[in-house]
Design a binder for this molecule. Structure first.
Ligand SMILES: C[S@@+](CC[C@H](N)C(=O)[O-])C[C@H]1O[C@@H](n2cnc3c(N)ncnc32)[C@H](O)[C@@H]1O
Ligand SMILES: [Zn+2]
Length: 333
């Protein structure tokens, strides 16, 4: 190992909130290692993290990981954590020859709104294990989350490959196909009868990336609008041409026949006949400063649709049970 005979020590925290969701962050694009990849927060440990404080016993400082981590997490993501428990350890030798030891722990979220240090991480999300599959996580992190989920259920497990969190493509019902639409460009059409509440699409597992509102705006300006909002500052988007799938051709209508279930599922809001265009209302998922001129041609067309339409009482009534999990949460609060 020569000049690199000392380990770099990194501590990372899988922070769990009261809803059982995990905090993940996206590493800034300027980072040398894993730029733009999603991970869990953490930082380096060095001797100054404990040596500046009084020793707990005659010879030793205790709880050094716990204390250093609490400070690091407060600095990096602005939240207070507690109940730090060991999860696993991992090591690597970086390309520059530096060996690195990572100690991965889990901890409970206590308080504070997430506030990021832009030079470290530029986007965050609280995710369930299922949600985590839609993020480009550094390899191994999904399994750490899966392992933590088992630990929380009282199971004694070591790190292992649980399931590869791969994006295999959006689920698309075999009863639909892409055709030219009278509303805008292409759309999705039924080619068989579809029953009320039948699953049509599941964007989860679809090709694409989770991006910020700012990035979504830029993408929209460049002529790409294959995205769906999932949180205040989070959109699931087909960012590259190769990511565009059947589900991405779903158009908006002010009198839609489909709605949203959960986070990313599109279901029929009523029975549909063959050749009907399948549409949803952007008011079911969007809460942003977007605005679009609508050409749906329906009698009740709002002409201009905006990211505030979900607040309209008549739409809240009409789409009751068909808003995305994200908006359903906002409506309940
Ligand atoms: C998710 S894409 C749908 C697929 C799109 N029609 C295509 O051919 O690529 C969303 C974009 O379709 C267009 N669009 C969808 N619904 C529309 C509507 N009701 N009125 C006008 N344009 C619409 C807008 O350009 C919007 O940004
Ligand atoms: Zn309309």
């Amino acid at each position: 190992m020569g000049e690199y005979d000392k380990f770099e020590v990194v501590i990372t925290a899988i922070i769990v909130n009261s809803e059982g969701k995990y905090l993940i962050t996206r590493r800034s694009k300027q980072k040398r290692r894993f730029p733009g990849m999603w991970t869990v927060p953490g930082g380096h440990l060095d001797a100054n993290d404990f040596s500046l404080f009084p020793k707990e016993t005659e010879h030793y400082w205790y709880n050094i990981l716990e204390k250093a981590l609490k400070r690091e997490i407060q600095e990096e993501v602005g939240v207070e954590i507690d109940n730090v428990l060991y999860v696993t350890s991992l090591g690597t030798i970086h390309a520059d020859g530096a060996p690195s030891l990572v100690i991965s722990v889990m901890a409970d979220y206590v308080s504070g709104n997430v506030k990021l240090q832009e030079e470290e991480t530029d986007l965050f999300a609280w995710v369930s294990l299922e949600d985590a599959k839609d993020f480009k996580l550094i390899d191994g992190i999904y399994d750490e989350l899966a392992m933590t989920e088992q630990r929380r259920k009282g199971e004694k497990v070591e790190w292992q490959r649980f399931e590869t969190a791969s994006q295999t493509g959006c689920y698309s019902s075999p009863k639909v196909e892409v055709r030219e639409s009278a509303t805008a460009g292409k759309g999705v059409f039924a080619n068989e009868n579809i029953s009320k509440d039948e699953l049509i699409f599941d964007f989860s597992g679809g090709l694409g990336d989770m991006i910020s509102t700012q990035e979504a705006h830029e993408l929209y300006k460049s002529g790409n609008d294959y995205m769906i909002q999932v949180d205040d500052n989070l959109f699931f988007a087909a960012t590259a041409d190769a990511d565009v799938e059947t589900c991405d051709y779903l158009n908006h209508s002010c009198d839609p026949n489909a709605g949203i279930k959960g986070r990313l599922k599109i279901v029929a809001m009523r029975d549909m006949l063959p050749n009907e265009e399948i549409t949803f209302d952007y008011a079911m998922s969007e809460s942003s400063d977007m605005a679009m001129e609508c050409k749906c041609g329906k009698l009740n067309c709002r002409k201009k649709i905006t990211g505030d339409d979900w607040k309209l009482p008549e739409l809240q009534k009409k789409y009751n049970g068909y808003f995305s999990e994200y908006l359903q949460g906002k409506l309940a609060s």
